[in-house]
Write a protein that binds this ligand. Structure first.
Ligand SMILES: [Zn+2]
Length: 204
């Protein structure tokens, strides 16, 4: 059994899904943005968790988590880059009102769920049209849907997502995609067209 870290605060307790009893907040998990650590005494392990895994928390722990998430929000420049409508140049430009609106959506969703919405950096690499499996490829970046059509990424088509799945897709019903590697940059779902970008090594 691992040793508990020193200096944990008994007042900063959370109950985490699939862990028994209370766990004490222990800091940043340093994996995905928004992931935290808590020491679970019953099992004697350090649990990694997100806000959405928290079943109950002390008032003090709730405030700690809110502060933790606020401290790791993306900047409006990150979002402006992802939302650059040219999606080709990268965005060395001043954020617009629309960028701020989108940034507020991203930050709101992050504060609600504790999971940072995916933000793809522009420019996104092109998809290889010849090896696409069929349905129109799409992905979500900074709370907006980008669709691959006529050889470029566009934002002209928006549709409803539920838990990250297209609302009317078979993938939503069975809660997973059927991904196929189409290039060194991308996996594409053969059933709904969802695109998963393979991040370069070293990025989060
Ligand atoms: Zn799918």
């Amino acid at each position: 059994m691992a040793q508990p870290p020193e200096e944990l605060d008994e007042r900063l307790w959370v109950e985490i899904e699939s862990y028994p009893g209370r766990s004490l907040l222990a800091g940043n998990a340093h994996t995905h943005t928004g992931r935290m650590l808590a020491w679970n005494e019953s099992v004697g392990v350090m649990a990694k968790f997100s806000k959405r895994d928290v079943v109950r928390a002390s008032e003090r722990a709730e405030a700690w988590i809110a502060g933790f998430l606020a401290g790791s929000e993306p900047s409006v420049l990150d979002v402006a880059d992802a939302a650059d409508t040219s999606l080709e140049t990268g965005a060395d430009r001043e954020p617009t009102d629309a960028d701020f609106d989108r940034w507020r959506m991203v930050v709101h969703r992050y504060a609600q769920t504790g999971t940072l919405p995916t933000i793809h950096n522009s420019p996104l690499p092109p998809l290889p049209d010849a090896s696409l499996p069929g349905p129109q490829p799409w992905l979500e970046s900074a709370c907006r849907i980008l669709v691959w059509q006529q050889g470029r990424w566009t934002v002209e088509q928006q549709f409803a997502l539920v838990g990250g799945f297209a609302a009317d897709s078979v993938c939503r019903q069975r809660q997973h995609h059927h991904l196929e590697l189409v290039s060194p940059d991308y996996l594409v779902c053969t059933d709904c067209g969802f695109v998963s970008q393979i991040e370069p090594r070293g990025s989060a």
